[in-house]
Design a protein around this ligand. Structure first.
Ligand code: ADP
Length: 574
């Protein structure tokens, strides 16, 4: 069993029935304890993980040491009809050019006549060329209730559904359709902070793609929940292999071998993620200490254009195959790292409050901003600009030990670890917390800390501290100044904000228009740089300054390793 993160005060997780088993597994491996309602007091937990959403009161009563795995109102983008509505609104506001990644969609039954109009017009202009549509129930998932049609006579539905243009020219690998499951973590909506995971899954259909039979779900749908029941699932399929999943690394290795410019593709996908989440920013209330893991389903067409199919709330975390194990265990570890627990969190109410009334804890008298995890939202040191902060926080070094966890040697800047050896540092934390209620100093707890001072290796917090510089100046609670988030946490790459302008534009009331303009500007510059590169056949992207200007937009902070080099031999594409 892996070493405990901290022997003297394990963090505590609480899982709601139906929460994925792998979350429990990873947390136990990291030395966390599971919350026991019978034994433990109300509020005596650090992480509450649910597959479904939380109640309003859960958000209202959240305490400083706690985190929730959902933001409120996420159905704004995870319900198919809401997403379609937002996409349409954004297309009208910012032009179909920028929001061209979302296939046209109609919400039934309300928009049936609208759909009929478009369908009829297409029929007349297409002159015999076929056009296909896909109908999906709005509130189902895992491919349930989905069907394809060409003729409107075949459109039959008995519940609310969306009809979406079917992308009928998907990129195929050896004749098999696939889509990408991209894992995205929204650290906060106000300001908007987005991380994309470097790993992810490629999900294949298990029968060869053909438009001749629209009712063959095994050739048109890429859901694992469907394909694992297909006849060909266990067969060794040409290039694809057995099963129906690849890791993203394997896919990127495949692209490298085909000499495909994957960085541009990732950049486009990252834009899709940002532009999609932007649509929800005005509707999602600011909720500190919450974090959302979303699954973006992206289909790439034969011209390498990525399309957004849907955004999944609570993406499946079941472990069906080796690719799942590789991707999902790492993903959960990285999510936990992004939650950025501090040592004081492990003491929970003992650390933060001294007064109790009955079973209800008094909420500490602190500003909302304080509840934001400290390191991720620490102010930049001195007058550091965006660029300085970003470059200062990136490094190609990797602190992962062979257990797969980040280990944290006592760090000179760290207030979260190491201070157990130094009572002065401990006092500093108390001063920083500011309120009497928050002080950690009961003699007992201090003694306990000293008695159990860990060895030089402590896994709390398991962030890569060399990348995440602790603040050199105290956090300004008056202005609630929050610094630039780290560029990379584990395999999570910061994709938004990506420069000074977007950082400014997403503070307080997000300036969606300014952000959209920035995305637009950078995309154009990036595309022309890549075109230039293609034209002049320059060897290195550095020589045209891409890495300087667009580095955080790319797939990794600095000199991202070619995943083809990281792939193990047996995962190499044949
Ligand atoms: P669900 O939530 O039920 O999984 P999705 O929207 O993800 O619904 O669709 C399921 C699958 O159907 C996708 O993984 C993809 O393979 C296929 N699909 C969905 N929409 C389209 C589309 N517009 N064009 C092509 N294929 C699609």
């Amino acid at each position: 069993m892996a070493e405990r993160e901290c022997d003297f005060a394990p963090l505590v997780f609480r899982l709601h029935g139906g929460a994925p088993q792998v979350v429990r597994e990873v947390l136990l491996e990291r030395g966390w304890d599971e919350y026991d309602e019978e034994e433990q007091e109300e509020g005596d937990w650090n992480l509450y993980w649910r597959s479904s959403g939380f109640r309003k009161s859960d958000y209202e009563n959240i305490l400083p040491w706690q985190r929730l795995n959902h933001h409120p109102k996420m159905s704004q983008i995870t319900r198919k009809d809401c997403l379609a509505r937002h996409m349409r609104r954004m297309k009208i506001a910012f032009g179909t050019g920028l929001y061209d990644f979302s296939p046209a969609a109609f919400i039934l039954p309300n928009e049936y006549t609208k759909f009929l109009g478009v369908y009829t017009r297409n029929r007349m202009t297409d002159r015999g060329k076929s056009r296909y549509w896909i109908c999906k129930p709005v509130d189902l998932s895992r491919g349930r209730g989905i069907f394809l049609f060409e003729d409107i006579k075949d459109l039959v539905y008995d519940s609310s559904a969306i009809v979406q243009r079917y992308i009928s020219n998907p990129l195929l690998i050896s004749g098999y359709k696939f889509d990408l499951r991209i894992y995205v973590c929204v650290k906060s909506f106000s300001p908007l902070v987005i991380y994309m995971h470097q790993e992810g899954l490629v999900r294949f259909a298990t029968e060869k793609y053909t438009l001749a039979s629209l009712d063959s779900l095994y050739s048109h749908l890429t859901n694992t929940s469907i394909n694992k029941f297909g006849m060909c699932y266990a067969m060794d399929k040409e290039r694809v292999g057995r099963g129906c999943k690849w890791t993203m690394s394997r896919f990127r290795s495949f692209l490298h071998k085909q000499d495909i410019n994957e960085l541009l593709l990732w950049h486009r996908i990252s834009n899709i993620v940002t532009l999609t989440l932007l649509t929800a920013v005005p509707c999602i209330p600011s909720s500190p200490n919450c974090l959302e893991l979303l699954g973006f389903d992206i289909l790439i067409d034969a011209s390498y254009k990525p399309w957004l199919l849907e955004v999944n709330h609570s993406p499946a975390l079941t472990l069906d195959c080796p690719a799942d194990v590789t991707v999902k265990k790492g993903l959960i570890n990285d999510i936990i790292d992004l939650m950025n627990y501090r040592m004081v969190d492990s003491f929970r109410q003992k650390g933060y409050c001294r007064k109790r009334t009955g079973r209800r804890y008094l909420r500490p008298n602190i500003s909302q901003g304080f509840l934001l995890p400290k390191i991720l939202h620490a102010p930049p040191s001195g007058n550091k600009s965006w660029n300085q902060s970003v470059s200062g926080s990136s490094s190609s070094e990797d602190t992962r030990n062979n257990t797969g966890y980040a280990t944290c040697p006592v760090h000179p800047n760290s207030k979260s670890i190491g201070h157990e050896k130094d009572p002065q540092k401990f006092e500093e934390i108390n001063n920083e917390l500011g309120s009497d209620d928050l002080k950690l100093t009961t003699l007992n707890s201090t003694r306990k800390l000293h008695r159990n001072a860990p060895s030089t290796v402590c896994k709390l917090p398991s962030l890569r501290l060399h990348k995440l510089k602790a603040p050199a100046v105290p956090w300004n609670r008056v202005t609630q100044d929050r610094g630039v988030p780290p560029c990379r946490v584990g395999d999570f790459i910061l994709t938004f904000p990506f420069n000074q302008a977007t950082w400014k534009a997403c503070q307080d009331q997000a300036d969606v228009k300014a952000i959209v303009n920035e995305v637009h500007k950078l995309t154009n510059r990036l595309v022309s740089s890549f075109n230039e590169k293609e034209r002049t056949k320059m060897e290195s992207s550095q020589s045209i300054g891409i890495s300087d200007k667009f580095e955080p937009l790319l797939w990794g902070p600095k000199d991202p390793p070619l995943l083809s080099k990281c792939c193990s031999l047996n995962s190499e594409v044949k």
